[in-house]
Write a protein that binds this ligand. Structure first.
Ligand SMILES: [Zn+2]
Length: 165
C-alpha cells in the first residue's frame, strides 16, 4: 500500500481506538499512530519515512530486506517493549503500536503479503488482496478518509465544545 493509504489507515485505527477506549488521549494517540503507520516502511528507501532517514533505511534493507523484520510481530513486540519501558507517556507508545498494526493489516491485504512471523520466511496475507496503487486501494483510502472526517467531527465536538451564537 502507498504511504497515503497507510496514513489514512493509521488515523482511522487511532480514531476507532479512542472511541472504544476513552481513557486514551487523542492528542497523543492520533499523531503517533500516524507516525507508526509509516514506520514499518523504514526498510524501503523510496518510502515517505525511508526518504527522511536514508542511511537507516539502507541499513535495515541490507540486514533484513524489504517487508520482513519491520512488518513482523517481532518488530511490534520490540517497539512495544522499548516504548512502554522507556517512554513516560504510555499513550504515545499505544499510538505508535496502533499505527504499526494498521500498517501490517493493510500490507497483508496486498498480493505480496508480509513476513508477519519473521524470522520465519512464510508470507502471510488476508484472504482478499489487491495491488499497491490499485483502484481498490484508492476506494479503501476514500472510505477510510470519509470515516476519519465524520469521526473527527464527533470527537473534537466533544473535546472542544464550540458554542454558536
Ligand atoms: Zn509496508
Amino acid at each position: 500500500m502507498t504511504g497515503k493509504t497507510h496514513i489514512v489507515g493509521g488515523l482511522a485505527a487511532a480514531l476507532i481506538s479512542v472511541q472504544y477506549e476513552p481513557t486514551l488521549d487523542p492528542f497523543l494517540v492520533l499523531p503517533f499512530a500516524t507516525l507508526g503507520s509509516l514506520l514499518p516502511d523504514i526498510c524501503h528507501s523510496g518510502s515517505k519515512i525511508g526518504r527522511k532517514l536514508p542511511v537507516l533505511a539502507r541499513l535495515i534493507r541490507i540486514f533484513f530486506g524489504h517487508r520482513t523484520m519491520t512488518h513482523s510481530l517481532l518488530f511490534l513486540i520490540i517497539i512495544g517493549y522499548l516504548g512502554y519501558r522507556f517512554v513516560p507517556y504510555s499513550d504515545l507508545t499505544t499510538g505508535l503500536m496502533i499505527g504499526i498494526i494498521s500498517h501490517l493489516i493493510l500490507d497483508a491485504a496486498t498480493k505480496q503479503g508480509i513476513k508477519l512471523l519473521f524470522p520465519l520466511s512464510m508470507s502471510i496475507k488476508l484472504p482478499i488482496t489487491t495491488h499497491t496503487g490499485s483502484r481498490t486501494e484508492k476506494l479503501i483510502r476514500h472510505l477510510l478518509s470519509l470515516y476519519i472526517i465524520v469521526q473527527s467531527l464527533f470527537l473534537f465536538h466533544h473535546l472542544l465544545p464550540i458554542t454558536v451564537g
